[in-house]
Design a protein around this ligand. Structure first.
Ligand SMILES: *Cc1c(COP(=O)(O)O)cnc(C)c1O
Length: 424
């Protein structure tokens, strides 16, 4: 049963209601290890489903283009104040529709087409919007890319410095989508200062860990901080851009009118709710449990002979290189999904395979930690994963996948899911 209830949807549009219900059950029954996903609270769901979706409010509080902002203005200001307090920043913009538009707004604020941008290479763990070729950010700007070291799997700060001083980018990104290790914000800040570049920290994956004190903060180091609100931060689909007071105007102008129209006020409300949740003391405990779970899962995988990029993790994320198991990432991910373990295939650094059929798997522990799974369960998850991968290597995964999926359903029945519970 969906919580909040959806009786009007069930009565008026049973086709969509069925798909919503089936998706909720799917989320209930699977070990969800996609590193960018989570389960939001019923309060976040309620705010997202509220009448705020009916309202247009282009502009910013006190400076809107439409009337009727008596409630939207204080709502957006509350969200901004909560972001500023939680992350210790001077300015926050909560209007970006999602992480990619937020990052594009940073280019709009500081760069002109053709200017140089520097970011972590995509197959090394960077994000498309950090100047990868198929992204507008790689097509409209001049990208230069730093990498991780082959021997350590970690970002090579010497290379970052050499490249920055040689190429003189206007903008340097740190952060990424598949970075299992702590980001050295002070070191990046030093390099950006030397090179005369704006430093943008994209903390989309780790924002919840930062809010909960389980990862160092870029505040006070980066000029600009972008983040999605829906990954470890456990809010609705959305994003924020935070900065020093110096850059506030440029950021706000870039988001609106530079790139976007009306903000999604229902999302703003849900972001505010999530930020309040993340400011509670128990969120710090949640953030530490995410990391403890990731470390325990990583250790159990290493024990089973899995080759982890950088040898382990400091955060919520694990990157497995499957090469030594004789299986590619995609068939492994597909079989694991059938077995009730949901994750994604991923490139690993220096991947000899093609991007759509890479060598690795990416896992994260934010969602399973929200479900209440603790460290003692991680060896079991590693054992299930290993059984399925071994079966794929033998080309005989059907029976194993079916049995593991049933075992996982049985385990997860004891771990409540925010937003849905089985009927009865
Ligand atoms: C997820 C992510 C984004 C993009 O967010 P979307 O909401 O999917 O557009 C940007 N940067 C990083 C580092 C991310 O992990």
């Amino acid at each position: 049963m969906h919580e909040p209830r959806v009786p009007h949807l069930r009565g008026g549009d049973p086709d969509i209601a069925r798909l919503v219900e089936d998706e909720a059950r799917r989320q209930f029954e699977k070990v969800r290890l996609i590193a960018s996903e989570n389960y939001v609270s019923p309060a976040v769901l309620e705010a997202t489903g509220s009448v705020l979706t009916n309202k247009y409010s282009e502009g910013y509080a006190g400076r809107r283009y439409y009337e009727g902002q008596q409630n939207v203005d204080p709502l957006e200001e509350l969200a901004i104040d909560r972001a500023k307090t939680l992350f210790g920043v001077e300015h926050a913009n909560v209007q970006p529709y999602s992480g990619s538009p937020a990052n594009l707004a940073v280019y709009m604020a500081f760069l002109r087409p053709g200017d140089t941008v520097m970011g972590l290479s995509l197959p090394m763990g960077g994000h498309l919007t950090h100047g990868w070729s198929v992204s507008a950010t790689g097509a409209w700007f001049r990208p230069v890319r730093y990498e991780v070291r082959a021997d350590t799997g970690r970002v090579d700060m010497d290379q970052v410095r050499d490249l920055a001083l040689k190429e003189r980018p206007k903008l340097i990104w740190c952060g990424g989508t598949a970075v299992p290790r702590t980001i050295d914000f002070p070191a990046f800040a030093e390099i950006a200062r030397e090179a005369g570049a704006v430093l943008a920290a994209d903390v989309a994956h780790i924002a919840g860990l930062i809010a909960g004190g389980a990862h160092p903060s870029p505040a006070g180091h980066a000029d600009v901080i972008t983040t999605t609100t829906h990954k470890t931060l456990r809010g609705p689909r959305g994003a924020m851009i935070m900065s020093t007071a110096e850059h506030a105007k440029a950021i706000d102008k870039a988001v609106f009118p530079g790139l976007q129209g009306g903000p999604h006020n229902h999302t703003t409300a849900a972001i505010a709710v999530a930020l309040r949740e993340a400011a509670q003391p128990d969120f710090g405990a949640y953030a530490r449990r995410i990391v403890a779970n990731a470390k325990a899962l990583a250790a159990a995988l290493v024990e089973r002979g899995y080759d982890l990029v950088s040898g382990g993790t400091d955060n919520h994320l694990i990157l497995i290189d499957l090469t030594n198991k004789g299986v590619a990432g995609k068939p492994a991910a597909k079989a694991l999904d059938r077995a009730g373990i949901e994750l994604n295939h991923n490139a690993v650094p220096f991947d000899p395979r093609k991007p759509f059929d890479p060598s690795g798997l990416r896992l994260g522990t934010a969602a399973i930690t929200t479900r209440g799974l603790t460290e003692e369960r991680m060896p079991q998850i590693a054992a299930w994963l290993d059984e399925v991968v071994q079966a794929v290597a033998k080309g005989d995964e059907d029976a194993v996948a079916e049995r593991v999926a049933a075992e996982i359903r049985e385990l997860l029945a004891g771990y409540p899911m925010p937003g849905w519970a089985p009927a009865g």
